[in-house]
Design a protein around this ligand. Structure first.
Ligand code: ADP
Ligand code: MG
Length: 395
């Protein structure tokens, strides 16, 4: 059954987007789509790399999202065209294989493969996907795609999963089928968002708490436009360094490591592993503090917490690229800045600024100007708001 609530703000842009997708659907498959679904990207406001350490994250599901327009088929075949990549995938539901040498197809195929493993009945479909989440930029276009795909299969199949379960199955799809050992943050953000809200996510018990950011503060994403280099291998290395630290200090996950124990037993760890642990322990503790500071519009705390997070990401966790350092300078020099830091896994991609709402336009103009002059690359700078989690919608 379709959700009866329209889920998107019907602006001129969203209507044009729907029209373009319907046209593309007609061009690829003839006829009209019957079902629509969407899922948001996300930006972490605090909590880099804390999810796989079972700590806390302050995440904002954002108003950049992935849409799918689909029509059911009776023959068990799935055809899905990506407008972003101008490529089409086709597979049979009774024979879902990994696509060799084609990354994006595995993000799509993994979802029905895992849903079927759960015993859920799936229907074939023709579908067009379009995302306004930039791909591979740290805003989690992969989870937005997975969660939108899962939502389309829900609607086609006439069954429904809880948002939590949907997120876990999409994470499993990314882990097992796409081969990316991501934590739960991205899929939880894509499934559990609420209009206008950020979420504190406890990555151990998977509970979430809603945070209302003060209206006087705007969240602005600043894209360095520099591709994330080495992120796959470095990401895996960070994970294993954290696991080493946890196991040497006798805790299940770094979540369980009190700062005092880390301080007193630091010498038992290699210098690198000690730095990684220090970052995670401090970063996870900053989550609750920033959530409070954003609700209270406590500007001094916002500035110091974001500065500490970026310094730790640079010096302790070593996930800051030269482009990110340049962007950080540009953000900090712009009018209205309250605090700025990395986003996603780091190594390039997007960063996030917290800005005095009244100065958002001046902030944006300043960052575009200074970053363009410093790097000869025009950055994308977008104010974003909290968005609802994955859902079907009517046109
Ligand atoms: P991020 O999730 O930070 O954007 P990832 O590397 O985890 O970066 O995932 C990005 C990948 O997800 C893309 O390279 C592509 O394979 C896939 N993907 C995401 N959105 C789409 C889309 N709209 N169309 C096709 N593939 C997509
Ligand atoms: Mg991703």
């Amino acid at each position: 059954m379709l959700s009866t609530l329209p889920s998107v703000e019907w602006t001129v842009d969203s209507l044009a987007r729907a029209r373009r997708m319907a046209e593309e659907f007609h061009r690829e498959f003839r006829g009209e789509p019957e079902l629509w679904a969407r899922a948001p990207g996300r930006v972490d406001l605090m909590g880099s790399h804390t999810d796989y350490n079972l700590g806390f994250v302050l995440t904002l599901p954002i108003s950049k999202d992935t849409w799918i327009a689909a029509r059911h088929r009776d023959d068990g075949i799935v055809r899905l065209h990506s407008l972003n990549l101008e490529a089409t995938d086709q597979f049979r539901l009774d024979q879902i294989n990994r696509a060799a040498g084609s990354k994006w197809r595995n993000y799509v195929r993994g979802v029905p493969a895992i849903l079927q493993q759960e015993g859920l009945k799936l229907n074939g479909c023709d579908a067009v996907v379009h995302s306004t989440v930039p791909l591979e930029s740290g805003l989690s276009s992969s989870a937005a795609l997975e969660c939108a795909v899962a939502t389309i299969f829900e609607e086609l199949g006439g069954w429904h999963l809880s948002p939590q379960r949907k997120a876990q199955l999409c994470q499993k799809a990314e882990n097992q089928f796409a081969g990316v050992s991501c934590g739960i943050l991205d899929q939880y953000s894509a499934c559990l968002g609420l209009d206008g809200c950020a979420l504190v996510l406890d990555c151990r018990d998977l509970s979430t708490r809603t945070i209302h950011v003060a209206e006087s503060i705007r969240i602005v994403i600043c894209n360095t436009m520099s591709p994330r280099r080495l992120s796959g291998g470095e990401y895996a290395r960070r994970r294993s360094e954290c696991e080493q630290g946890a196991s040497l200090l006798g805790v299940n996950a770094l979540r369980d490591l009190p700062p005092s124990v880390l301080a007193s037993r630091r010498k038992e760890l290699s210098e690198v592993v000690a730095r990684r642990c220090e970052f995670i322990v401090d970063e996870s503790a900053r989550v609750e503090l920033l959530a409070q500071a954003l609700s209270d519009d406590d500007r001094a705390s916002i500035a110091s917490l974001c500065a500490a997070s970026f310094a730790g990401a640079r010096d302790l966790y070593e996930i800051v690229s030269p482009a990110m350092e340049t962007m950080m300078k540009c953000m900090l020099a712009a009018p209205g800045i309250l605090g700025a830091r990395q986003a996603g896994a780091g190594f390039g991609g997007c960063m996030v600024a917290l800005v005095d709402a009244a100065q958002t336009g001046a902030f944006r103009a300043s960052v575009i100007d200074s970053y363009s002059r410093s790097t000869q690359t025009a950055p994308e700078v977008w104010p974003v708001v909290g968005a609802r989690g994955a859902e079907a919608f009517h046109l």
